[in-house]
Write a protein that binds this ligand. Structure first.
Ligand SMILES: Nc1ncnc2c1ncn2[C@@H]1O[C@H](COP(=O)(O)OP(=O)(O)OP(=O)(O)O)[C@@H](O)[C@H]1O
Length: 246
């Protein structure tokens, strides 16, 4: 699945969340969208899903303008995960996973089989299917959110800070699992994260955003060795190493 923004603008009141932005994401690639808070990363994902409409410019998926597409059909081909998972608290894990497939006419047996396959994929135990999301740990919830995003086996994943709320050990484990998943599933992945190390671990291509624009698009090496501006240099340098052991 290919995504493209051409000269896209989206304002909220006086603020340009996305400002004349152009970018292309090729099929089967993994790209990380990084940048400071408020730089427009989440808005890019929401534009690609048709959850926001651009004020100007063109958003297209597989070469077709989103305005001319059946948005439901597009959304069924994109797995979307947000920071807190967005699971419905009053539904069991299985019912959360079943919502969309049931709507599309899948049988209960097919839903169950797919859910069980995905449990193994995200390394969760079977008994979890009957629990409510609030009885799960943050890491388990995000694994379930990933399962939900994968239920229809979509060709693309848009992940908006999916690990942002997790403690460092769980985050570290899930980074490794996501890395395996991206490498084996062959999907088009666009991952939003604040964390440069996470971005570089998971994606060969980094797009650094500031004030609604991409200020640099390249590998970690490009950003480190050939920063396009002082902002890029400062963004890359803004990590504190642990103090030396005494
Ligand atoms: N629905 C909205 N109403 C008003 N302003 C909005 C809305 N959505 C986004 N914005 C503004 O647009 C700008 C970009 O927001 P966006 O959420 O895309 O940034 P971000 O890079 O994803 O930030 P963060 O990393 O904090 O999630 C911000 O200034 C934000 O306040």
């Amino acid at each position: 699945m290919r995504f493209s923004l051409q000269q896209v603008g989206r304002r909220y009141g006086g603020i340009a969340a996305v400002d004349g932005l152009s970018l292309d994401i090729e099929s089967g690639t993994t790209t990380a969208l990084i940048g400071s808070s408020g730089s427009g990363k989440s808005t890019v994902l929401r534009l690609l899903l048709g959850l926001e409409r651009p004020d100007s410019g063109r958003v297209s998926v597989d070469g077709q303008a989103l305005d001319d597409c059946d948005l439901d059909a597009i959304r069924h081909r994109i797995g979307y995960v947000i920071q807190d998972g967005g699971l419905f608290p009053h539904l069991s894990v299985l019912d959360n996973l079943a919502l969309l497939p049931r709507h599309l006419g899948w049988t209960a047996a097919r839903i169950r089989t797919r859910a069980e396959d995905l449990l193994a994929r995200v390394q969760l135990a079977d008994d979890l299917l009957h629990r409510r999301p609030q009885t799960l740990s943050g890491g388990q919830r995000q694994r379930v959110a990933l399962m939900r995003a994968l239920m229809l086996d979509p060709p693309a994943l848009l992940l908006d800070e999916p690990l942002g709320a997790l403690d460092p050990i769980v985050r570290h484990e899930l980074q490794a699992d996501l890395g395996d998943m991206f490498a084996t599933l062959g999907k088009t992945v666009l991952l939003v994260t604040h964390d440069l190390a996470e971005a570089a671990f998971l994606a060969p291509r980094l797009m650094l955003m500031a004030e609604g624009r991409v200020v640099q698009d390249g590998s970690l090496d490009d950003l480190r060795a050939r920063p396009a501006s002082d902002f890029v240099r400062r963004f890359v340098a803004a990590r504190r190493p642990l103090p030396e052991a005494p």
